[in-house]
Design a binder for this molecule. Structure first.
Ligand SMILES: *[C@@H]1O[C@H](CO)[C@@H](O)[C@H](O)[C@H]1NC(C)=O
Length: 311
């Protein structure tokens, strides 16, 4: 019975690991969160209201924006709330819920990036079959598959976590319920969790990454083959924004997981996690709206309509 009695809450270190800079960091995180929400909402609205952006590429971009908002919200809202209320705890249920949504949206991000790469591959390497490869039915199917897979993965990790006992109210040395940080606090055997995390979790991030790389190898080969400079640069310009986003997402992610910091430099871990949970969702709208002429036009029209309405 003693083993079964689990704690009902955890301490969440949040930003209190940085006492001097806490207020400054709070401001920075809050700004980045708001910028990210506004940017991604604008992207979704611009795509929704602009009929010539009703193509699979932009639909998936809108979906990516949605996943980005979910990712950043699941990661930072509790931390921002805790700093303001001076509370440093998160309930057990809250922690598992946060973990679930964080993993689901994070995986969804990488799945959408993979689908977008496949879309560019189809547009550039199979232009004659593009409308059948990316038919509305096929898009809906891919979308459904992304949601089902990411939910299954997130549910598996969360249920495995729910089996564990936590004997003391430990402190999660992070600003959100990061799965590895929570595992460290358990007094049960966590070997299965670690195995599933590195096997299943690794696969879920690697499969989209490998498919993106394979898509781009084909795209680059096709662009080099075409040679007609106009067509090639046009083809590649539709990829450059996506490629930037891919580099930012996987660059920050790999820098966290491939170069794990030593045990006592949790601050470095937290800073690195802030990169892919906060910076990536914030940058995506900028990358797309600054580099992409169609997107720029749609945003301008959206914002000028707003002004007409408000005046
Ligand atoms: C996601 O993509 C589908 C089609 O692929 C589209 O119908 C839907 O509107 C998109 N979702 C968002 C939030 O834009």
């Amino acid at each position: 019975m003693e083993n079964q009695s689990s704690v009902s809450e955890f301490f969440l270190r949040g930003l209190s690991g940085f006492p001097e800079q806490q207020q400054l960091l709070f401001g920075v995180f809050l700004c980045m969160y708001l910028v990210s929400l506004i940017g991604n909402v604008l992207i979704i609205l611009a795509i929704g209201t602009e009929p010539n952006l009703h193509t699979p590429m932009y639909f998936f971009l809108a979906n990516l924006s949605f996943a980005d908002m979910g990712l950043i919200s699941s990661a930072v809202t509790k931390m921002l709330f805790n700093v303001q209320t001076q509370h440093h705890t998160i309930s057990y249920t809250g922690c598992l819920t946060q973990m679930y949504f964080f993993m689901m949206f994070g995986d969804l991000d990488s799945f959408f990036l993979a689908v977008m790469a496949y879309d560019r591959y189809a547009a550039i390497c199979r232009p004659l079959h593009y409308s059948t490869i990316m038919s509305p039915r096929a898009c809906a199917l891919m979308l459904a598959l992304c949601w089902v897979l990411t939910n299954v993965v997130a549910l598996t990790h969360t249920l495995l976590m729910a089996r564990l006992s936590f004997c003391v109210v430990g402190e999660i040395s992070h600003f959100f319920c990061d799965i590895t940080s929570v595992l460290k606090l358990s007094c049960s055997d966590t070997r299965i969790n670690e195995l599933v995390l590195s096997g299943f979790g690794g696969t879920v991030l690697m499969v989209p990454f490998v498919s993106i790389v394979v898509s781009y190898v084909h795209i680059v080969a096709a662009v080099l083959r075409v040679r007609t400079s106009g067509g090639a640069s046009k083809a590649f310009s539709t990829c450059s924004s996506h490629l930037c986003v891919v580099c930012v997402f996987y660059g920050t992610l790999f820098s966290v997981y491939l170069f794990p910091a030593s045990v006592d430099s949790t601050e470095k871990d937290v800073a690195a996690a802030a990169m892919y949970t906060v910076v990536t969702p914030m940058l995506n709208p900028f990358i797309y709206s600054l580099r992409n002429k169609d997107m720029k036009g749609a945003l301008k029209r959206l914002l000028s309509h707003r002004q007409i309405f408000s005046s």
